[in-house]
Design a protein around this ligand. Sequence first.
Ligand code: AQP
Length: 348
Amino acid sequence: MGDTVHMPDSRAPDFPQRVFSGIQPSGGLTLGNYLGAIKRFVEMQDSGVETIYCVVDMHAITVWQEPDALRRATRELAAGYLAAGLDPARSILFNQSQVPAHAELGWIFNCVARMGWLNRMTQFKDKAGKNREKASVGLFAYPNLMAADILAYHATHVPVGEDQKQHLELTRDIAIKFNNDYGVEFFPVVEPVIEGAATRVMSLRDGTKKMSKSDPSDMSRINLTDDADTIARKVRKAKTDPEPLPEAPGGLEARPEARNLVNIYAALSGGSVAQVMAEHGGKPFSEFKPLLADLAVAELAPISAEMARLMHDPAEIDRILADGAARARVLAQPILERTFDIVGMVRG
Ligand code: AQP
Protein backbone atom coordinates (compact mmCIF):
# COMPACT_ATOMS: atom_id res chain seq x y z
CA MET A 1 0.00 0.00 0.00
CA GLY A 2 2.70 2.41 1.05
CA ASP A 3 4.13 2.76 -2.44
CA THR A 4 0.77 4.03 -3.80
CA VAL A 5 1.01 7.18 -1.69
CA HIS A 6 2.15 10.30 -3.42
CA MET A 7 3.19 13.13 -1.13
CA PRO A 8 3.33 16.37 -3.11
CA ASP A 9 6.50 18.42 -2.63
CA SER A 10 6.21 20.42 0.54
CA ARG A 11 6.16 24.20 0.40
CA ALA A 12 7.67 24.05 3.85
CA PRO A 13 10.93 22.20 3.21
CA ASP A 14 12.34 23.22 6.58
CA PHE A 15 9.59 21.37 8.41
CA PRO A 16 9.62 17.56 8.79
CA GLN A 17 6.78 15.85 6.91
CA ARG A 18 3.77 15.48 9.16
CA VAL A 19 0.23 14.62 8.09
CA PHE A 20 -2.88 15.97 9.84
CA SER A 21 -6.53 15.59 8.93
CA GLY A 22 -9.92 15.34 10.60
CA ILE A 23 -13.57 14.48 10.09
CA GLN A 24 -16.63 15.91 11.83
CA PRO A 25 -18.77 13.62 13.98
CA SER A 26 -21.86 15.26 12.49
CA GLY A 27 -23.59 12.01 11.55
CA GLY A 28 -22.61 8.57 10.31
CA LEU A 29 -19.64 8.12 7.99
CA THR A 30 -20.37 7.92 4.26
CA LEU A 31 -18.65 6.29 1.33
CA GLY A 32 -17.57 9.86 0.42
CA ASN A 33 -15.76 10.28 3.74
CA TYR A 34 -14.24 6.83 3.31
CA LEU A 35 -12.95 7.16 -0.26
CA GLY A 36 -12.16 10.89 -0.11
CA ALA A 37 -10.51 10.85 3.29
CA ILE A 38 -10.19 7.74 5.50
CA LYS A 39 -8.81 5.38 2.85
CA ARG A 40 -6.14 7.98 2.11
CA PHE A 41 -5.45 8.44 5.84
CA VAL A 42 -4.67 4.73 6.10
CA GLU A 43 -2.43 4.75 3.02
CA MET A 44 -0.44 7.63 4.46
CA GLN A 45 -0.09 5.94 7.83
CA ASP A 46 1.07 2.76 6.10
CA SER A 47 3.63 4.69 4.06
CA GLY A 48 5.46 5.42 7.31
CA VAL A 49 5.04 9.19 7.50
CA GLU A 50 4.00 10.70 10.87
CA THR A 51 0.18 10.90 10.94
CA ILE A 52 -2.28 12.67 13.25
CA TYR A 53 -6.02 12.12 12.73
CA CYS A 54 -8.69 13.94 14.65
CA VAL A 55 -12.41 13.64 15.30
CA VAL A 56 -13.27 17.32 15.04
CA ASP A 57 -16.12 17.55 17.53
CA MET A 58 -15.78 21.32 17.98
CA HIS A 59 -16.39 21.76 14.25
CA ALA A 60 -19.46 19.53 14.46
CA ILE A 61 -21.24 21.91 16.90
CA THR A 62 -21.08 24.78 14.41
CA VAL A 63 -24.48 23.36 13.49
CA TRP A 64 -26.84 21.94 16.15
CA GLN A 65 -25.96 18.48 17.48
CA GLU A 66 -27.99 16.61 20.10
CA PRO A 67 -25.47 15.94 22.91
CA ASP A 68 -26.14 12.19 23.05
CA ALA A 69 -25.99 11.92 19.26
CA LEU A 70 -22.69 13.82 19.26
CA ARG A 71 -21.19 11.46 21.84
CA ARG A 72 -22.30 8.47 19.81
CA ALA A 73 -21.11 9.93 16.48
CA THR A 74 -17.72 10.75 18.04
CA ARG A 75 -17.22 7.15 19.16
CA GLU A 76 -18.61 5.78 15.90
CA LEU A 77 -16.22 7.91 13.87
CA ALA A 78 -13.31 6.75 16.03
CA ALA A 79 -14.53 3.16 15.49
CA GLY A 80 -14.61 3.88 11.74
CA TYR A 81 -11.00 5.08 11.82
CA LEU A 82 -9.91 1.94 13.65
CA ALA A 83 -12.02 -0.45 11.57
CA ALA A 84 -10.67 1.02 8.33
CA GLY A 85 -7.11 0.33 9.43
CA LEU A 86 -5.85 3.29 11.45
CA ASP A 87 -3.65 1.98 14.20
CA PRO A 88 -3.35 3.99 17.43
CA ALA A 89 0.20 2.72 17.82
CA ARG A 90 1.23 4.30 14.50
CA SER A 91 -1.15 7.27 14.19
CA ILE A 92 -2.26 9.72 16.85
CA LEU A 93 -6.06 9.41 17.04
CA PHE A 94 -8.04 11.75 19.26
CA ASN A 95 -10.99 14.11 19.47
CA GLN A 96 -10.38 17.82 19.10
CA SER A 97 -12.04 19.08 22.31
CA GLN A 98 -9.53 17.15 24.44
CA VAL A 99 -6.68 19.32 23.15
CA PRO A 100 -7.30 22.96 24.14
CA ALA A 101 -4.52 24.21 21.84
CA HIS A 102 -6.95 23.98 18.89
CA ALA A 103 -9.36 26.53 20.40
CA GLU A 104 -6.58 28.74 21.75
CA LEU A 105 -4.73 28.94 18.44
CA GLY A 106 -8.10 29.27 16.71
CA TRP A 107 -8.67 32.50 18.62
CA ILE A 108 -5.32 33.90 17.51
CA PHE A 109 -6.23 33.04 13.92
CA ASN A 110 -9.63 34.75 14.33
CA CYS A 111 -7.51 37.86 14.78
CA VAL A 112 -5.28 37.11 11.77
CA ALA A 113 -7.87 36.08 9.14
CA ARG A 114 -9.87 38.87 7.50
CA MET A 115 -13.67 39.04 7.24
CA GLY A 116 -13.32 39.34 3.48
CA TRP A 117 -11.46 36.03 3.29
CA LEU A 118 -14.16 34.18 5.20
CA ASN A 119 -16.92 35.90 3.23
CA ARG A 120 -15.62 34.12 0.15
CA MET A 121 -15.89 30.60 1.62
CA THR A 122 -18.39 28.64 -0.46
CA GLN A 123 -19.00 26.02 2.24
CA PHE A 124 -20.33 28.70 4.59
CA LYS A 125 -22.60 29.99 1.85
CA ASP A 126 -23.84 26.46 1.11
CA LYS A 127 -24.40 25.52 4.74
CA ALA A 128 -25.86 28.85 5.89
CA GLY A 129 -28.02 29.11 2.77
CA LYS A 130 -30.55 31.92 2.86
CA ASN A 131 -30.51 31.87 6.64
CA ARG A 132 -27.16 33.60 7.02
CA GLU A 133 -28.31 35.83 9.88
CA LYS A 134 -29.23 32.75 11.92
CA ALA A 135 -26.02 30.80 11.23
CA SER A 136 -23.70 30.41 14.22
CA VAL A 137 -20.61 32.59 14.44
CA GLY A 138 -18.71 29.29 14.73
CA LEU A 139 -19.90 28.20 11.28
CA PHE A 140 -18.53 31.43 9.82
CA ALA A 141 -15.20 31.15 11.66
CA TYR A 142 -14.91 27.37 10.97
CA PRO A 143 -11.95 27.72 8.56
CA ASN A 144 -9.91 29.58 11.20
CA LEU A 145 -10.34 26.70 13.63
CA MET A 146 -9.44 24.28 10.84
CA ALA A 147 -6.24 26.26 10.25
CA ALA A 148 -5.49 25.95 13.97
CA ASP A 149 -6.12 22.18 13.89
CA ILE A 150 -3.45 21.81 11.24
CA LEU A 151 -0.94 24.46 12.26
CA ALA A 152 -0.98 23.53 15.97
CA TYR A 153 1.10 20.54 14.85
CA HIS A 154 3.14 22.28 12.15
CA ALA A 155 1.59 19.71 9.79
CA THR A 156 2.89 19.92 6.24
CA HIS A 157 0.38 17.70 4.36
CA VAL A 158 -3.39 17.42 4.69
CA PRO A 159 -5.30 14.64 2.88
CA VAL A 160 -8.86 15.80 2.14
CA GLY A 161 -11.63 15.59 -0.42
CA GLU A 162 -12.03 18.22 -3.11
CA ASP A 163 -14.60 20.22 -1.08
CA GLN A 164 -11.95 21.23 1.46
CA LYS A 165 -9.56 22.80 -1.05
CA GLN A 166 -10.72 26.35 -0.43
CA HIS A 167 -10.39 25.97 3.34
CA LEU A 168 -6.84 24.74 2.92
CA GLU A 169 -6.00 27.75 0.79
CA LEU A 170 -7.23 29.87 3.68
CA THR A 171 -4.99 27.90 6.06
CA ARG A 172 -2.06 28.81 3.85
CA ASP A 173 -3.11 32.48 3.77
CA ILE A 174 -3.31 32.54 7.57
CA ALA A 175 0.15 30.99 7.95
CA ILE A 176 1.65 33.46 5.46
CA LYS A 177 -0.02 36.50 7.04
CA PHE A 178 0.97 35.46 10.56
CA ASN A 179 4.58 34.93 9.46
CA ASN A 180 4.62 38.30 7.62
CA ASP A 181 2.89 40.28 10.38
CA TYR A 182 5.29 39.06 13.04
CA GLY A 183 8.39 38.79 10.86
CA VAL A 184 8.90 35.08 11.52
CA GLU A 185 9.03 31.83 9.54
CA PHE A 186 7.03 30.00 12.17
CA PHE A 187 4.06 28.34 10.49
CA PRO A 188 4.51 26.02 7.49
CA VAL A 189 2.62 26.64 4.27
CA VAL A 190 0.65 23.39 4.09
CA GLU A 191 0.05 21.22 1.07
CA PRO A 192 -3.39 19.74 0.43
CA VAL A 193 -3.30 16.14 -0.80
CA ILE A 194 -6.40 15.71 -2.97
CA GLU A 195 -5.75 12.60 -4.99
CA GLY A 196 -7.38 9.41 -6.22
CA ALA A 197 -10.43 8.63 -8.34
CA ALA A 198 -12.95 9.69 -5.70
CA THR A 199 -11.96 13.09 -4.36
CA ARG A 200 -15.58 14.12 -4.83
CA VAL A 201 -18.11 11.30 -4.43
CA MET A 202 -21.53 12.52 -5.51
CA SER A 203 -25.01 11.81 -4.18
CA LEU A 204 -26.61 8.62 -5.51
CA ARG A 205 -29.79 10.63 -6.13
CA ASP A 206 -28.23 13.65 -7.84
CA GLY A 207 -24.88 13.45 -9.62
CA THR A 208 -24.32 17.20 -9.26
CA LYS A 209 -24.51 17.18 -5.43
CA LYS A 210 -21.82 15.96 -3.04
CA MET A 211 -22.57 12.78 -1.09
CA SER A 212 -22.96 14.08 2.45
CA LYS A 213 -23.69 12.61 5.87
CA SER A 214 -26.21 15.36 6.61
CA ASP A 215 -28.25 14.96 3.39
CA PRO A 216 -31.85 14.34 4.51
CA SER A 217 -32.19 11.41 2.08
CA ASP A 218 -30.54 8.22 3.29
CA MET A 219 -30.81 6.83 -0.26
CA SER A 220 -28.39 9.57 -1.41
CA ARG A 221 -25.45 7.94 0.36
CA ILE A 222 -23.87 4.69 1.38
CA ASN A 223 -23.15 4.67 5.10
CA LEU A 224 -20.23 2.71 6.48
CA THR A 225 -22.72 1.06 8.83
CA ASP A 226 -25.07 -0.12 6.03
CA ASP A 227 -25.44 -3.89 5.71
CA ALA A 228 -24.85 -5.75 2.45
CA ASP A 229 -28.52 -5.74 1.40
CA THR A 230 -28.87 -2.03 2.00
CA ILE A 231 -25.71 -1.26 0.02
CA ALA A 232 -26.93 -3.42 -2.88
CA ARG A 233 -30.37 -1.77 -2.83
CA LYS A 234 -28.93 1.75 -2.78
CA VAL A 235 -26.60 0.99 -5.70
CA ARG A 236 -29.43 -0.65 -7.65
CA LYS A 237 -31.64 2.39 -7.11
CA ALA A 238 -28.90 4.94 -7.78
CA LYS A 239 -30.04 7.47 -10.35
CA THR A 240 -28.62 6.89 -13.83
CA ASP A 241 -29.51 7.84 -17.39
CA PRO A 242 -30.95 5.23 -19.78
CA GLU A 243 -27.80 4.87 -21.94
CA PRO A 244 -25.25 2.10 -21.33
CA LEU A 245 -21.79 3.07 -20.06
CA PRO A 246 -19.78 4.82 -22.76
CA GLU A 247 -16.84 3.03 -24.36
CA ALA A 248 -14.25 5.62 -23.26
CA PRO A 249 -13.77 8.05 -20.31
CA GLY A 250 -14.52 11.05 -22.56
CA GLY A 251 -18.11 9.82 -22.89
CA LEU A 252 -18.69 10.43 -19.17
CA GLU A 253 -18.29 14.21 -19.51
CA ALA A 254 -21.95 15.24 -19.60
CA ARG A 255 -23.21 12.25 -17.58
CA PRO A 256 -22.64 13.09 -13.89
CA GLU A 257 -24.42 10.03 -12.48
CA ALA A 258 -22.57 7.59 -14.73
CA ARG A 259 -19.29 9.34 -14.01
CA ASN A 260 -19.93 9.11 -10.28
CA LEU A 261 -20.55 5.35 -10.35
CA VAL A 262 -17.45 4.79 -12.50
CA ASN A 263 -15.35 6.93 -10.14
CA ILE A 264 -16.61 4.97 -7.15
CA TYR A 265 -15.85 1.69 -8.91
CA ALA A 266 -12.33 2.90 -9.75
CA ALA A 267 -11.65 4.06 -6.19
CA LEU A 268 -12.96 0.83 -4.66
CA SER A 269 -11.06 -1.40 -7.07
CA GLY A 270 -7.86 0.62 -6.71
CA GLY A 271 -7.72 1.14 -10.48
CA SER A 272 -8.05 4.16 -12.73
CA VAL A 273 -11.16 5.39 -14.55
CA ALA A 274 -9.50 4.37 -17.83
CA GLN A 275 -9.09 0.81 -16.53
CA VAL A 276 -12.74 0.63 -15.47
CA MET A 277 -13.83 1.88 -18.90
CA ALA A 278 -11.58 -0.62 -20.65
CA GLU A 279 -13.19 -3.43 -18.67
CA HIS A 280 -16.82 -2.30 -18.45
CA GLY A 281 -17.35 0.32 -21.19
CA GLY A 282 -20.54 -0.36 -23.19
CA LYS A 283 -22.25 -2.40 -20.44
CA PRO A 284 -25.80 -1.45 -19.44
CA PHE A 285 -26.27 -0.28 -15.85
CA SER A 286 -28.29 -3.42 -15.15
CA GLU A 287 -24.99 -5.29 -15.52
CA PHE A 288 -22.60 -2.71 -14.08
CA LYS A 289 -24.54 -1.88 -10.91
CA PRO A 290 -24.47 -5.41 -9.43
CA LEU A 291 -20.71 -5.54 -10.01
CA LEU A 292 -20.34 -2.20 -8.25
CA ALA A 293 -22.57 -3.36 -5.40
CA ASP A 294 -20.45 -6.51 -4.95
CA LEU A 295 -17.28 -4.46 -4.86
CA ALA A 296 -18.74 -2.01 -2.34
CA VAL A 297 -20.00 -4.82 -0.10
CA ALA A 298 -16.65 -6.66 -0.26
CA GLU A 299 -14.79 -3.54 0.88
CA LEU A 300 -17.28 -2.10 3.35
CA ALA A 301 -18.83 -5.16 5.03
CA PRO A 302 -15.68 -6.03 7.06
CA ILE A 303 -15.35 -2.38 8.12
CA SER A 304 -18.98 -2.20 9.13
CA ALA A 305 -18.71 -5.46 11.11
CA GLU A 306 -15.59 -4.27 12.91
CA MET A 307 -17.21 -0.91 13.72
CA ALA A 308 -20.17 -2.73 15.27
CA ARG A 309 -17.79 -4.87 17.33
CA LEU A 310 -15.82 -1.86 18.55
CA MET A 311 -19.00 0.03 19.45
CA HIS A 312 -19.77 -2.65 22.04
CA ASP A 313 -16.86 -1.36 24.08
CA PRO A 314 -17.17 2.44 24.19
CA ALA A 315 -14.83 2.62 27.19
CA GLU A 316 -12.02 1.20 25.05
CA ILE A 317 -12.69 3.79 22.33
CA ASP A 318 -12.64 6.55 24.97
CA ARG A 319 -9.35 5.20 26.27
CA ILE A 320 -7.79 5.27 22.80
CA LEU A 321 -9.00 8.85 22.22
CA ALA A 322 -7.73 10.01 25.61
CA ASP A 323 -4.35 8.42 25.01
CA GLY A 324 -4.13 10.05 21.55
CA ALA A 325 -5.14 13.40 23.03
CA ALA A 326 -2.36 13.20 25.62
CA ARG A 327 0.19 12.58 22.84
CA ALA A 328 -1.33 15.37 20.71
CA ARG A 329 -1.08 17.84 23.61
CA VAL A 330 2.63 17.11 23.95
CA LEU A 331 3.14 18.09 20.29
CA ALA A 332 0.83 21.11 20.23
CA GLN A 333 1.67 22.78 23.54
CA PRO A 334 5.19 24.02 22.68
CA ILE A 335 3.93 25.33 19.33
CA LEU A 336 1.12 27.16 21.10
CA GLU A 337 3.50 28.59 23.74
CA ARG A 338 5.86 29.87 21.06
CA THR A 339 2.88 31.42 19.22
CA PHE A 340 1.81 33.28 22.37
CA ASP A 341 5.37 34.46 22.81
CA ILE A 342 5.63 35.70 19.20
CA VAL A 343 2.31 37.57 19.60
CA GLY A 344 3.48 39.22 22.83
CA MET A 345 1.40 37.46 25.46
CA VAL A 346 3.03 37.40 28.88
CA ARG A 347 3.26 33.84 30.20
CA GLY A 348 4.23 33.07 33.79
N1 AQP B 1 -18.64 13.26 -1.03
C1 AQP B 1 -17.36 13.29 -0.70
N2 AQP B 1 -16.41 12.88 -1.56
C2 AQP B 1 -15.10 12.91 -1.23
N3 AQP B 1 -14.66 13.34 -0.03
C3 AQP B 1 -15.57 13.75 0.88
N4 AQP B 1 -15.48 14.21 2.13
C4 AQP B 1 -16.71 14.47 2.62
N5 AQP B 1 -17.64 14.19 1.69
C5 AQP B 1 -16.96 13.74 0.59
C6 AQP B 1 -14.22 14.38 2.83
O1 AQP B 1 -14.35 13.81 4.13
C7 AQP B 1 -13.57 14.57 5.04
C8 AQP B 1 -14.38 14.92 6.23
O2 AQP B 1 -15.43 15.77 5.91
P1 AQP B 1 -16.17 16.50 7.13
O3 AQP B 1 -16.96 15.56 7.90
O4 AQP B 1 -15.23 17.25 7.93
O5 AQP B 1 -17.10 17.54 6.46
P2 AQP B 1 -17.78 17.58 5.10
O6 AQP B 1 -16.78 17.70 4.01
O7 AQP B 1 -18.78 18.70 5.20
O8 AQP B 1 -18.48 16.14 5.00
P3 AQP B 1 -19.97 15.82 4.92
O9 AQP B 1 -20.14 14.33 4.85
O10 AQP B 1 -20.61 16.59 3.82
O11 AQP B 1 -20.51 16.28 6.32
P4 AQP B 1 -21.67 17.29 6.66
O12 AQP B 1 -22.87 16.71 5.94
O13 AQP B 1 -21.80 17.26 8.14
O14 AQP B 1 -21.29 18.62 6.14
C9 AQP B 1 -13.05 15.79 4.28
O15 AQP B 1 -11.71 15.53 3.88
C10 AQP B 1 -13.94 15.85 3.08
O16 AQP B 1 -13.30 16.46 1.98
